[in-house]
Design a protein around this ligand. Structure first.
Ligand code: GAP
Length: 462
């Protein structure tokens, strides 16, 4: 399948089947915003749950938290976002459209001129026509801060009212370092994890849910001793990130690690590696991992006037921990799960589209069908089985159209098991269970059905 085709097919399946809708569609749409529909939110919640289990519940050294989206504005001064979190933008003087200058330059020349606005402007003037109107009339290249501003209405003073929507979840974690330390009895090395929304004023549209203005991050700040063997810890986190990508369904060969060159690193970072995925539009960032030294805690201590230190009672030592930051984009995780699950199979000359999600991620686990809609005894029996199953597993009842059509629908939303109630069920109290991946059908006794489903979903079946 051509890559572009795959993206188009995913976008169309997501809309048709209720995974992802274009944002504000009835008002003509709103760039870079999407809505997760009934199955999309199911998939999203399952990915969050998988992440939380793997990185918080299953680990003794990581605790969770959930901080506010609107934080004290000084947080973003301390973190450097208020001054340094910029995109280089340029406007076309003819059609007034605005573009990312670095993207236009990179597309035209392959050069990365980030941080060099004059050089970007020179390339634009010499080589780049406006992608919208074809003219070449560029304004200067200017830096625009990517944080969304909002106002608090607490005073008349505009400057004092001003606050930001957080551009990353990490800031909320750093400022709670001391509270967590004082309340959770954590011992270094330890991590604080958080899942939540972040906001960036992205002007580039496109690539579906890859780049959004509001998106969710799953982040961990992992605090270590300044003299720790940080490379070992860094590599363990990197392996865990790759493992998590594979748990989303990504194949090993669709992942690669990209280390940021030393000269491009922020001055405080010792090492930064992106886990990249081979999307239909090429290898691009999925997750990031950075060694941020003691930059954040030191700066928040400086700006807040509070001590943000760790006291090691065994060694009778006080120090500012260093931090390793594994960061995961939730929306990109969803995109990877969707792209990796999509399969087209030829079945008796017809194309079967099936989303082969890992079973724990599938938004619906079981569907229950009466073979025929117009046989009340079948419908009644099927509903009683549905009622029983749905208290344990996300389950759908469907009596619409023929069974083949119902299978196709469940295949497209990735439901692992379909249960059909037929006339034999009324005789012997067994049902047909059909497997999403193999399409094999087996008879299962109704009274054993919940256990059968459970063991097959978690892979412990005999
Ligand atoms: N605290 C570190 C941090 O925020 P980042 O690389 O800017 O690092 C982390 O963002 C992750 O958030 C990325 O790896 C990506 O998965 C996701 N992400 C960033 N910007 C995004 C956007 N505009 N839309 C969707 N996901 C985004």
């Amino acid at each position: 399948m051509e890559n572009n085709d795959l993206m188009e097919k995913i976008v169309s399946l997501c809309k048709r089947r209720g995974f992802v809708f274009p944002g504000s569609e009835i008002y003509g749409g709103f760039a870079n915003s999407y809505t997760y529909g009934p199955y999309g939110v199911g998939l999203k919640n399952n990915i969050k749950a998988l992440w939380w289990k793997k990185f918080v519940q299953d680990r003794e050294d990581v605790v969770g938290m959930d901080g506010p989206i609107i934080l004290h504005p000084r947080v973003w001064e301390a973190s450097g976002h208020a001054t340094g979190f910029n995109d280089a933008l340029v406007d076309c003087k003819n059609c007034k459209k605005r573009f990312r200058a670095d993207h236009l330059v990179e597309d035209a020349t392959g050069q990365d001129l980030e941080g060099k606005p004059e050089e970007m402007k020179k390339v634009l003037d010499e080589q780049v026509d406006c992608p919208n109107c074809g003219k070449r009339k560029w304004t200067e290249v200017r830096n625009f801060n990517m944080m969304f501003k909002t106002q608090l209405n607490t005073t008349d003073d505009e400057a004092e009212q001003m606050a930001y929507l957080r551009p990353e979840t990490a800031g909320a974690i750093f400022i709670e370092f001391k509270n967590v330390l004082d309340s959770a009895r954590v011992k270094i090395p330890f991590g604080i994890a958080q899942i939540g929304k972040a906001f960036r004023n992205e002007i580039v549209a496109g690539n579906f849910i890859f780049r959004l203005r509001e998106f969710e991050q799953m982040e961990i700040e992992y605090f270590i001793r300044p003299d720790a063997d940080w490379e070992k810890i860094f590599n363990e986190w990197l392996d865990a990130q790759v493992e998590f990508a594979m748990e989303l369904g990504a194949k090993k060969e669709s992942l690669r690690r990209y280390e940021h060159p030393k000269e491009k690193l922020s001055f405080y970072s010792k090492k930064t590696i992106d886990v990249e995925f081979n999307y239909p539009f090429g290898f691009k960032e999925l997750f990031g991992l950075a060694h941020r030294t003691d930059y954040d805690l030191t700066n928040h201590a400086k700006f807040s006037g509070q001590k943000l230190e760790y006291f090691d009672a065994e060694k009778n030592e006080r120090f500012v921990p260093h931090v390793i930051e594994p960061t995961f984009g939730l929306d990109r995780s969803i995109l990877v799960a969707l792209l990796s699950a999509y399969v087209e199979e030829d079945v008796n000359g017809e194309t079967r589209v099936v989303m082969k999600f890992p079973k724990n991620l599938a938004p619906v686990k079981v569907a229950v069908f009466p073979l025929l809609k117009n046989k009340p005894e079948l419908v009644k029996k099927a509903r009683s089985i549905y009622e029983k199953v749905k208290s344990r597993f996300v389950c759908e009842f469907d009596d619409n159209g023929n069974v083949g059509k119902r299978y196709r629908r469940q295949d497209e939303i990735g439901t692992p098991y379909c249960v059909t109630v037929d006339f034999d069920t009324l005789e012997d109290n067994t049902v047909t269970v059909r497997d999403r991946d193999t399409m094999e059908q087996v008879r299962v006794a109704v009274k054993e059905l919940p256990e059968w489903i459970d063991s097959h979903l978690n892979g412990s079946e005999k």
